[in-house]
Design a protein around this ligand. Structure first.
Ligand code: DAH
Length: 345
């Protein structure tokens, strides 16, 4: 066998051996056997002197190539094994820093606020400004500025919680009409004001000592009852759907003249008459009217030059009809079984 063939044969043998390397020990013994000074391949170099001239260089080259191939195979195995060692080490030293997470319950939004937001969206889209007023109100604004002087019988219906003889928890959001007009100083305005109201009512299925209203007021030259009607019809259709019938019924409020109450066809029976609508086919949802000249005058507006309409929407009333809620107290009892039904999914 030629020396060249021997180099090839030894190389193949060693490469074959390299495939058996499987751990650190076999890697080390391979290195000692095939890559040390005394290795078989190096031993072959001693035969170089048997060759002549050009052959010498060729042979040296082939031994070198073989050595490189062996070195490469060794390195490949060494890398693989080191990687495995590292992985094993990492696996062994792994620290579990995870903890089971806390169970955060996602709550629902009280339908009171769902409906309040919806009412506001409808009016904001018509260009109304949103105002806020104080829960604690003076007798002056709550009653007098609303054309309810002392000893007026309408006070009977709105008995409140008094802080002192001149200060009370507001019984309706209507005083915000007077605040808004004060602020505007005689200029036209369009505003809504959502808020809480309080009355000394005994709580039952339809009464709560605390409830919400959204007050609305539009004042300017030439504002008419037709504007009021169109506005509230649009509101009802947006809130309750196109098919809802709207009915305006004459009524009385001290701060409006004329005054109306707005009914919508009963969503339970569709207008035929049932226990929900007490057989009438209609359910009252709000009070409204043309702002009384006295109210305009007291707020610095000249009733001969401007007119206005106002309305007060009961938030719970709308929410109860919208979501078929049968007891007003449910809004305030913080029962998760109730609230959970209003989770946004
Ligand atoms: N403030 C009235 C109430 O609480 C509701 C109301 C009626 C408001 C007519 C108005 C209105 O603005 O024009 O019963």
């Amino acid at each position: 066998m030629s020396l060249f063939n021997q180099v090839e044969e030894i190389k193949q043998k060693i490469l074959h051996e390299s495939e058996k390397i499987s751990d650190e020990a076999s890697l080390k013994s391979f290195q000692e056997r095939f890559l040390s000074k005394k290795s078989e391949l190096n031993g072959l170099m001693s035969h170089i002197k048997e060759l002549a001239g050009e052959e010498k260089a060729k042979f040296g080259q082939s031994v070198n190539n073989a050595r490189n191939a062996v070195q490469e195979a060794f390195q490949k195995k060494a890398d693989e094994i080191n990687q495995k060692i590292l992985e094993r080490k990492l696996e062994k030293e792994k620290i579990d820093i995870s903890l089971p997470s806390m169970n955060y319950e996602v709550g629902g939004i009280n339908p009171f606020y769902l409906v309040q937001d919806e009412i506001m969206d409808i009016f904001v889209s018509m260009g109304y400004e949103v105002k806020e007023g104080p829960d604690v109100e003076s007798d002056e604004y709550n009653f007098q500025r609303m054309n309810i002087p002392e000893s007026h019988p309408a006070r009977e219906m709105q008995d409140s919680f008094y802080i002192d003889p001149r200060t009370l928890l507001r019984t309706h959001t209507s005083p915000e009409q007077a605040h808004a007009m004060d602020e505007k100083g005689g200029k036209p305005l369009m505003m809504i004001c959502p808020g809480k109201c309080f009355r000394r009512d005994d709580d039952d299925v339809t009464h709560s000592h605390q409830f919400g209203q959204v007050e609305g007021l539009v004042v300017g030259p030439g504002i008419s009852l037709a504007n009021l009607k169109a506005t509230l019809e649009l509101f009802v259709r947006k809130m309750f759907g196109e098919k809802r019938e709207v009915r305006f019924r004459g009524s009385y409020f001290p701060f409006t003249e004329p005054s109306v109450e707005v009914d919508i066809s009963c969503m339970n029976c569709g207008g035929k008459g049932c226990s929900t609508c007490k057989g009438t086919g209609f359910i009252e949802i709000l009070g409204a009217g043309m702002v009384h000249p006295n109210v305009l005058r007291m707020s610095g507006y000249d009733p001969d030059k401007v007119s206005g309409f106002a309305f007060g929407i009961g938030i719970e009333r709308v929410a109860m009809l919208r979501y078929k809620i049968d007891d007003i107290r449910k809004f305030y009892q913080s029962d998760v079984r109730f609230i959970e039904q209003f989770k946004r999914r």
